[in-house]
Design a binder for this molecule. Structure first.
Ligand code: SF4
Ligand code: SF4
Ligand code: FES
Length: 234
């Protein structure tokens, strides 16, 4: 098959490679073949190859995907495939993006757990019957791959927008009964670049490989912010 691969930085261009087809071949296998057998200077990123680390995410035929879990058979068109770096992130080189701003936004959304106990207290426990816990069952499975972030048009229009992954993370912590920073976190996501900027067009939810719905979490944050305002907690 003919594979077009992005080369260089943001002002780079696609380069064509001829890659042999194999049974059960993944997109990551095709990229690896190019790097190992055709051009060793090709830069790309992967680690686990089994959908656990999220580092292999790229844009395949215009759609952000985990390349290790995407079979070529499912995406190839007319024996051709186009592979580019993730959208909405600076390109370091070829297929490798700089994830700094993605994770900086997790920090801006206060995506770090802050417990209220000391080492002298007993373990904090969350009951499996907890309604708050059940609401974030899916959301806590996020592995930070940035597929949703790359698929979100609001991030493209407003680079300050915290984006679906950071807001999903904030949502899981807002619902964590052990966390002690709920109001600070709601303040952090209530600004112009926060949950109210989401246009609810579901692109993040449609493309998340873990079937998480950041859209639902963001809607939950909007509700929690409104309740906090009504209660005078802001
Ligand atoms: S639902 Fe919101 S966060 Fe998700 S892609 Fe759309 S605008 Fe972005
Ligand atoms: S919500 Fe899904 S697509 Fe977004 S970073 Fe987490 S695992 Fe990846
Ligand atoms: S290499 Fe880890 S998710 Fe693809």
């Amino acid at each position: 098959m003919q594979v077009s691969v992005w080369r260089g930085k943001a002002d780079g261009a696609f380069q064509e490679f001829e890659v042999p087809r194999h049974v059960s071949q993944t997109v990551l296998d095709a990229v690896t073949h190019i790097q190992r057998s055709l051009d060793s200077t090709l830069a790309y990123r992967f680690a686990c190859r089994v959908g656990m680390c999220g580092s292999c995410a790229m844009t395949v035929n215009g759609v952000a995907r985990w390349t290790c879990r995407t079979h070529v058979d499912k995406v190839v068109k007319n024996d051709q495939m186009e592979i580019a770096p993730l959208r909405n992130l600076p390109v370091i080189r070829d297929l490798v993006t700089d994830m700094s701003e993605f994770f900086d936004k997790w920090a801006k959304a206060k995506g770090k757990f802050e417990g209220g106990l000391t080492r002298n207290d007993d373990f904090a426990r969350v009951s499996s019957e907890s309604e708050n816990r059940k609401q974030v069952d899916a959301g806590i499975e996020c592995i930070g791959c940035a597929v949703c972030y790359s698929s979100c048009d609001v991030v493209s229009w407003n680079p300050d927008y915290l984006g679906p992954a950071a807001l999903n993370r904030a949502w899981t912590l807002v619902k964590d009964e052990r966390d002690s920073r709920k109001i600070e976190r709601l303040r952090a996501v209530a600004g112009d670049a926060g949950c109210h900027s989401c246009h609810t067009h579901m692109s993040c939810t449609e493309h998340c490989p873990k079937q998480i719905s950041p859209t639902a979490g963001i809607a939950g944050l909007k509700r929690e912010v409104s309740l906090a305002v009504l209660r005078g907690a802001f």
